[in-house]
Ligand binder design. Sequence first.
Ligand code: CUA
Length: 340
Amino acid sequence: MELFRGLSARGRRLLLGVLGMSLALFGGACSTDVGPQDYLSPEGPIAERADGLWDLTFAIAVVVFLIVEAVLVFTVIRFRRRPGREAAQFHGNTKVEVVLTLIPTLILAGLAVPTVKAIADLSKAPAGALNVTVTAKQFWWQYEYPDAEVMTANEMHVPINQPVLLTLEGADVIHSFWIPKLTGKQDVVPGRTNRMQFEATKPGTYWGQCTEFCGLSHANMRLRVIAHEPAEFEQWLLDQQQPAAASVSGAAAEGQEIFMGTCVSCHAIKGTDAQATTGPDLTHFATRETFAGAMFENNTENLKRWIDNPPAVKPGAQMPDYGLSAEEIDAVVAYLQTLK
Ligand code: CUA
């Protein structure tokens, strides 16, 4: 090719190598094995709206990139130094500089139109929304359904095809609420009330996590959103409104006694004397799939390790090690597992 004339054999090999590597990288981006927190595979109208802006911006950026790189590569090769010729130098072309300033300005001004419109649309409270108040605490999430008087933690249940309006409150330091597939990030700031919305259209479990560094277990401050068919969600809400089972027996009764003497200072269990709000409300703890900021699967072994010494398994956890014996821990776990 005319363009490569004068390029040494080594230079051509290098160029081919770079092209090959670029192709491999490009091909690698086509993976279909997406993660549960992949914001590039959005679910629901809110996330899709934001994703549409990203797609538009990305498409424009790709075109700009290709044009700029093509001109750059052409120029570097065409005007390079060759035997018997100096590299060509160009300076100060006012016309070109004005054009090159105007083009990006026009592109950015054009992109601002759909972006500002989307921001304005998404900041309006949606009609017929389910209200959930999210309170971020080190290192877990409290969810209150004010219209149903339901309180839960870490796993937010919602119906599909209904917008959910979140009221975000901070209890200690700044956190940030993020469910990548359903909506963008929103900071949770003590002393401020922030709002955000999302809507799931498919039943299932959506993963999320805190996305503002908030202390030792920031990375362990995870969350789940579980989307149900509307009737199933109504049933969940009804179940959650019930107080905990009145009578327990055996090891669970022992566990309840320990709970009401120790854990009661931080936790609430509806229908009992436990009414504190420092830690998660545990009324229907056994119905949750995870605990401790959705960090652990809710099973006997994990619960025992947790109660034995919380900060040892979750750095910075606010729940202290109460020095319970193995038998006492077994009893408390048995009690927690009755909280259905
Ligand atoms: Cu909460 Cu990071």
